[in-house]
Design a protein around this ligand. Sequence first.
Ligand SMILES: [Zn+2]
Length: 749
Amino acid sequence: MLLSVNLKMPRTFALPLILAATLVSAQTPVPPLAGFTSAGAAQEYELEKKFDAALSRENLDHWMKDFSAKPHHLGSPAGKVVAGKIAALLKSWGYETEIETFYPLFPTPRTRVLEMIAPEHYTAQLSEPTVEGDESTANAAGGLPTYNAYSIDGDVTGELVYVNHGVPADYERLAEMGVDVKGKIVIARYGGSWRGIKPKVAAEHGAIGCIIYSDPREDGYFQGDIYPKGGYRPPQSAQRGSVMDMPTYPGDPLTPGVGATKDAKRPPYDAASLAANKALPLTRIPVLPISYGDADPLLRALGGPVAPYEWRGALPITYHVGPGTATVHLKLEFDWKLTPAYDVIARMRGSERPDEWILRGNHHDGWVFGASDPLSGTVTMLEEARGIAEMAKQGWRPKRTLIFCVWDGEEPMLLGSTEWAEQHEAELRQHAAVYINTDATGRGFVGIGGSHTLELFAMQSARDVPDPVHKVSVLARSEAAESVAAGKKTEFTLDALGSGSDFTPFLQHVGIATLNFGFGGEEQYGVYHSNYDTYAHYVRFEDPDFQYSLANVQLGGRMLLRLANAEVLPFRFESLAKTVAGYAKEVAKLADDMRQQTEFKNQQIREGGLKIAADARHTYVVPAPQAPVPFLNFAPLDNAVAHLQSSVAAWSKADPAKLDATHAAALDTILMHAEQSLLNDAGLPKRPWYRHMLYAPGFYTGYDVKTLPGIREAIEQRDWHEADTQIGHVAAALNALSGEIDRATAAAQ
Ligand SMILES: [Zn+2]
């Protein structure tokens, strides 16, 4: 399957255009490319050879070192310098480049106090010391301390309770142990959900404060040697990160749905007004992240029941739940201010279809030095832009317009990307064909997520990129790893996207078909969102020689060149229909399984099974029985899936790539808007900003995707009336998509 021409390309400049063109033979069989005729595909492969030949790993190394030299978070002097340098590079390569500035609300800490006041006194250090051999860590002045952005201000004192990951199921378990968190401060460990879910669920259960710590089991010494001997988290390192209620809406909390321009209308944002304004997605209780060094004395002081087996981490202690033995005091105050976010936007106008936009984005802001997150991705995107510019210098032009977007303020909560997408929503709905995102990338296996209309396209792109070590395609390597893990032959599938990076506004708010990709799985990356995510760490423990980073450039470049040049946009609907049929089966099964489990548990409650199974020496509170799960009417969904399958069957017979240019352009217009038919303008229940009916971040999981989110979450939350309504909404969206596919089929004749 692999194109051997892509192996071991010398890193010198490409052959002149004329010479290269003479090497193309119409007879050379090439693997098919979605959206291309075979002649078009042959030309495309020649172009990609030239692209590969223009690439340099030295650039990746040089830019990462330069941009990560100082802390470059949103609002920092170095952040502005990095944005300026990136803009200057893109401009020097010939892109029409501008910096677009937004003014989102961004809190930074003024006071951070965490102390245990009983049974003994302990003051948390809340700082990450210098690491020998990593000079960056000695230059952290001006960097953000460890904190969770969009925690509200607070000064609370209370008994401590350990709540495991702090997800809803953990509180059910606590209730059975007779433990109530009302009026208490909870300590949760990272993992099991996105971090912002932890304070949200804690507040729902009446807690007054929340501490989140990094257990060594997750990314510390349990995983491998700690930094600087190995790459894992040392004892005093903590994970910064946003805790805004992203599943409600991301971006500037003050301006949902519109760009946070200087004059945008905003509610008051002093600390008191913010705390009182329950419409905003800030936490309801103060929350602070800490290291396992600081967590150890707190957890050690806890009494009460021993924590359930699955709740135990890797600290050398017996984990207890509390409460009653340890009391802590948490005080947090923030500077709440509007902060300029500098988005760098660089365009190369399309020669034939300039009104069809291919967007490519990665953020540039870090929490501190941000070498891996985000710069490993930022620099690969820049090298894609440079490689493409090299070909443009030789006279090549993309058919469609390419737009590179280097976002600011991703870390606080997708600020730069969300505000830009909201500000330009009308144009995007008209012109945007595809948005391609990356973020941190490392060494190992390729992972790609996104819209299933692009599954074949993504697979073909990965098929044509060589793995730098194993000399097979990155697709073959990824499939091999998955097959070995699964114990059976597994084929590539696209992951559905939840959230966690800048693709969210494009996919889930505006309805643009999206891909997100990167390499990983073989790094020692235990320094996420800490002072130790540095250049020195990256080149020792992540992708030392930038080999896989270069593969990332090759993959991104192929995607962009193919999308820019295809005779017809390479959307295919077969995988989408198959995937959606699978989701429909899953939600029906979810309801069936819940019905059986509920019946069983209610029976155990009635007949006393739960009580007699419990150890009488420990408190066990029998839960209240739950209302039985009714049979839902999935018929509208099943009918819509059948309709979709029949529309797709007709579409599969069309051969769109052979159309003449006028008809191909007309077909493009239908294809590039198809994803928008999957939006419902009313959005999801309790979160109208999220409009996509197939993919959303989970309301109680965060970054993790919920597919058919309206239906699935209504079932999980036992809201049967809502489930019924959402089945109707999803069916309507699928029927609308089928209508668009029928139009595309007609246009492809
Ligand atoms: Zn990132």
